[in-house]
Design a protein around this ligand. Structure first.
Ligand code: DGY
Length: 426
């Protein structure tokens, strides 16, 4: 069973490999996506660490001069995706989108180099590049120096249609946008994707930012959508800490100090987002200053960062309390907005499972981490390498032969071998 899964996962990573970058899946996502690529590298490290490093290097070759790393790199034309490079119109030599995505690169690079130390010198320039991205976040997305950065578009979170965005998204208008045709619903069941109303708002924001010439220092204040996502910030904090460790090992104390400073400020501020009632963290609507009382996986993800031990234990209990056959539901079942099949409003995503399990394990919550690992591998065994899964039935949803799902399986298999004494057949 383990060997068969390993082979299937490796095959998918190779099928979706375009030489120097990997597409998330054929058809639905035909370009390079930012956090997909970094997490993909973690899968590639199991059979070709040098290729894994190329994945991250290719992404950073398209970093903007301001430090931002775009969420999509449009390496080749493909009319099967909307919104394509003409809609973004960012004026880059190789077209890119103009927004960013969860900054998981620092974490991924460290994990890759931990298992492939011979690549360290080749990877050294990435330390500066990733730090420039972290600086950019703090300069442009935390203009008041709160310690936490805001998203200005739901696509930046990676959790595109989360219930978390429903209230702040009402502030984004839909009038005046250019007519468009969605392509995603030609590749995946519309009932499992965001709604038309959400797409109108996604596009309104893109047009708003495009109208400001993609001057990234202006976009935060100009956006009617400014949300502090605890999960996104935890990923940034973890990446800062991992990059700081790497920088210390490679004799770059300035890089280490800058990243530790960001992480320290972030960890302190994160505690203001804790909800005792929910047993997890919550998003903050920065335009109103109100917490968004929506129990989604974004509020469980902070365990990926070194949060206090008692909070990690509460998060483990909160996940248990979901009571779903498969974990971790992206929105708490039985609460308003939950939809077991619609993208980020309920389905299980293996990348989120991986980060939560990793954090729980580090926090000493090993039983909870093993339960997530087992549940993830059970899903793959019964439902294949889908984009996401119904947490109640395990039904595979969205795109198939999904790259980051395959990458996470390789990670889970190697971690499971360690933590479950090589018994991954169950
Ligand atoms: C999409 O097109 O669905 C993406 O999530 C946007 O990056």
């Amino acid at each position: 069973m383990t060997q068969a899964l390993h082979k299937l996962a490796t095959d998918i990573l190779q099928i979706n490999d375009r030489g120097s970058y990997t597409v998330p899946t054929k058809g639905l996502y035909p370009f390079q996506w930012n956090w997909d690529s970094c997490l993909t590298a973690l899968g590639q490290r199991h059979f070709d660490p040098a290729r894994a490093l190329t994945e991250i290097e290719t992404l950073f070759a398209h970093q903007w001069p301001c430090g931002m790393v775009p969420h999509i790199i449009f390496h080749l034309r493909d009319e099967g995706y909307f919104p394509g490079p003409d809609v973004w119109d960012c004026g880059r030599p190789v077209p890119t989108s103009g927004i960013t995505q969860p900054p998981v690169a620092g974490f991924a690079l460290r994990r890759l180099l931990d298992s492939a130390p011979d690549l360290r010198m080749r990877a050294r320039p990435l330390l500066d590049r990733i730090t420039a991205w972290h600086r950019w976040f703090h300069a442009t997305r935390d203009p008041k120096g709160t310690g936490l950065v805001a998203l200005i578009h739901p696509w930046e979170s990676g959790r595109d249609n989360s219930v978390d965005w429903d209230v702040p998204f009402e502030r984004v208008p839909t009038s005046g946008i250019a007519p468009y045709t969605r392509r995603d619903t030609q590749h995946a069941d519309p009932a499992h994707r965001p709604t038309k109303d959400q797409y109108d708002r996604y596009i309104w924001l893109v047009e708003r930012f495009r109208g400001l010439g993609w001057a990234t220092e202006k976009l935060h204040d100009a956006s009617p959508f400014q949300v502090v996502d605890p999960g996104f910030n935890a990923i940034l904090i973890r990446s800062c800490l991992d990059l700081a460790d790497l920088a210390e090992d490679l004799g770059a104390p300035d890089i280490a100090a800058a990243n530790r400073g960001f992480a320290h400020a972030g960890l302190q501020a994160l505690e203001h987002l804790w909800s005792e009632a929910r047993g997890q963290y919550l998003c903050l609507d920065r335009t109103t200053g109100a917490l968004i009382d929506s129990p989604s996986s974004g509020g469980l993800l902070p365990v990926f960062a070194p949060i206090p031990q008692d909070k990690a234990a509460r998060i483990a209990a909160t996940i248990d309390g979901h009571g779903t056959q498969y974990r971790v539901a992206s929105h708490a079942p039985g609460t308003p907005g939950f939809d077991a099949q619609r993208y980020w409003r309920g389905p299980v995503w293996l990348v989120v499972n991986y980060m939560i399990a990793d954090g729980l394990d580090r926090a000493g919550e090993s039983a909870a981490a093993i339960a997530i690992t087992r549940s993830s591998l059970d899903l793959i065994g019964s439902s294949g390498f889908a984009e996401y899964y119904d947490p109640l039935t395990g039904q595979p949803l969205g795109g198939g032969q999904f790259t980051w799902t395959a990458a996470m399986v390789l990670e889970f298999l190697s971690g499971a071998r360690r933590s479950m004494g090589n018994d991954t057949s169950a």
